[in-house]
Ligand binder design. Structure first.
Ligand code: GTP
Ligand code: MG
Length: 198
């Protein structure tokens, strides 16, 4: 898919204030610092569309980016960031879960996980939450430039096996990406296009 236009639309903390038009959207979620905002920039071919940072906790709001005037990429805050206060964490979780549970335009989520790490309980719990709520999702392995190809294969196999040993009977669609090397860009965009066309 060719990206012709990518525009920031709105940031907010309230699902009822998200754009009202009924076009498909795709949300990016995962641990703080996993590379959600960087991936959105890589997909949109736009360096500074979503704000990124080396320090976790950069994205704090629900951010809608309109792509080709036809669909949205949605950047979300990360979970699992230890330095947020407990009450803040609760508030944060509430507006994120409101988004996932109420946003009818959400077609599919992408759960981002760092390719270097074994499955983390917080990610497994989030995928389970999506499953329980009937929200389709795919997995995006990020930062593939940090590993050699054989280590990538090994880690993906470990991930798949652990998913199958948990509640999942099938492996969801998954993508191996690197935002710095633009790896996996066509695969993710073609996947989105195939859903948009159906
Ligand atoms: P929060 O908004 O804080 O939840 O983080 P995020 O998931 O949006 O992460 P972000 O895109 O801001 O990236 C976090 C850090 O990881 C930044 O220093 C990025 O440069 C780095 N990073 C992101 N993607 C990649 C990648 O593919 N390869 C490498 N090597 N670094 C990456
Ligand atoms: Mg971010």
């Amino acid at each position: 898919m060719k990206i012709n236009t990518a525009e920031f639309v709105i940031s907010n903390q309230d699902v009822s204030k998200c754009p009202k038009n009924r076009i498909p959207e795709y949300a990016f979620i995962g641990r703080s610092n996993v590379g959600k905002s960087s991936l959105i920039n890589m997909l949109a071919d736009h360096k500074n569309l979503a704000k990124t940072s080396g320090r976790p906790g950069k994205t704090q709001l629900i951010n809608h980016f309109l792509i080709n005037k036809e669909w949205y990429l949605v950047d979300l805050p990360g979970y699992g960031y230890a330095r947020v206060s407990k009450s803040n964490k609760k508030k944060f979780q509430k507006f994120i879960t409101n988004y996932f549970e109420q946003r009818e335009q959400l077609v599919s989520a992408f759960v981002l996980v760092d390719i270097r790490h074994e499955p983390q309980p917080i990610d497994m719990e989030f995928m389970e939450y999506l499953g329980v709520n009937g929200i389709p999702f795919s997995i995006i392995f990020t930062k593939a430039d940090k590993l050699k190809p054989n280590a990538i294969d090994r880690n993906v196999e470990v991930y798949k096996n652990i998913l199958l040993e948990s509640i999942w009977e099938e492996i969801p669609p998954y993508f191996i990406t690197s935002s710095s090397h633009k790896t996996g860009r066509d695969e993710v965009l073609n996947y989105i296009q195939s859903i948009n066309e159906n």
